[in-house]
Design a protein around this ligand. Structure first.
Ligand SMILES: [Zn+2]
Length: 268
């Protein structure tokens, strides 16, 4: 048992994605979503939520449209967190957050749809499922990581959200480490880009905004920790080439979508 914990912790630390552990079964969606919902409650309790009505309205309507476009039957929920972090995420099961720090970079509602489409796609495509098996199996790893986090949380976590959640230990700590400090494979990132762009178009937003957004994002994060969708392997050029190569398909989805909002409102 001790070895299993150690091995799993090493695996969490070094992200060995394909390794399976004896006696650790692949969790069901319901098990993962339950753990995600717990972590989400903690995030909400420990975060300052934004009172900016204009931004909240935009975030809520884009979240709703992307959720419908995805066709997933998740327990959707979205909050706008008042924080300078340039960040946004969607947990397995549809719990989302957008950070106010990203809003000025987005500039348009359609760009927010591109980001949320990408994050939602990671959730609907069940990316990283293997990792959650280690994190939530009987909460053993959660407790192990939680205990270790109290001693060395700063070492385990790269993001502020991860640090906040793991500093108190608890059942959601293991999930927090695997979710907030996650790195998806290059293939997963491409798939999330492609599916996200389709969601964006189906939700009624002009998909040509996606590659333009990536230009603005790469110009904005000089030196700071980049958000999830900027932090992995595909180079900006590879990513834009992908988005442009799927544009014909995305455009035909956009033209057939129930509504066409273009770029939506400007975000100021
Ligand atoms: Zn991503």
């Amino acid at each position: 048992m001790k070895n299993t914990i150690l091995l799993s912790m090493l695996c969490i630390l070094f992200s060995c994605s394909s390794m399976s552990l004896p006696g650790v079964h692949e969790p069901s969606d319901a098990e993962i979503n339950e753990q995600a919902a717990k972590a989400y409650l903690e995030v909400k309790a420990k975060s300052k939520l934004s009172t900016n009505k204009e931004w909240n309205d935009i975030v809520q309507r884009v979240a709703k449209r992307i959720a419908i476009a995805s066709g997933e039957n998740f327990q959707w929920e979205t909050v706008l967190i008042d924080s300078p972090e340039v960040n946004a995420w969607c947990m397995p099961g549809g719990k989302m957050a957008v950070y106010t720090g990203i809003m000025p970079v987005l500039k348009t509602e359609a760009a927010l749809a591109a980001v949320m489409g990408h994050e939602v796609a990671h959730a609907t495509l069940r990316h990283g499922k293997q990792r959650y098996a280690r994190a939530i199996s009987g909460n053993i790893i959660g407790m192990a990581v939680g205990g270790a986090a109290i001693i060395g949380g700063q070492l385990l976590c790269k993001t502020q959200t991860c640090k906040t959640l793991t500093s108190l230990g608890g059942a959601a700590a293991g999930f927090a480490v695997t979710f907030f400090d996650r790195k998806f494979s290059r293939g997963d990132e491409s798939a999330a880009d492609k599916t996200g762009q389709i969601y964006m178009a189906q939700a009624g937003y002009d998909p040509t905004e996606a590659p333009r957004l990536w230009d603005r994002m790469s110009a904005s994060h000089n030196g700071a920790a980049p958000p999830e969708f900027m932090s992995t392997h595909p180079s900006d050029e590879t990513r834009k080439a992908g988005l442009n190569s799927w544009m014909t398909e995305a455009n035909s989805v956009y033209k057939l979508a129930p509504h066409q909002y273009g770029l939506g409102e400007n975000i100021k």
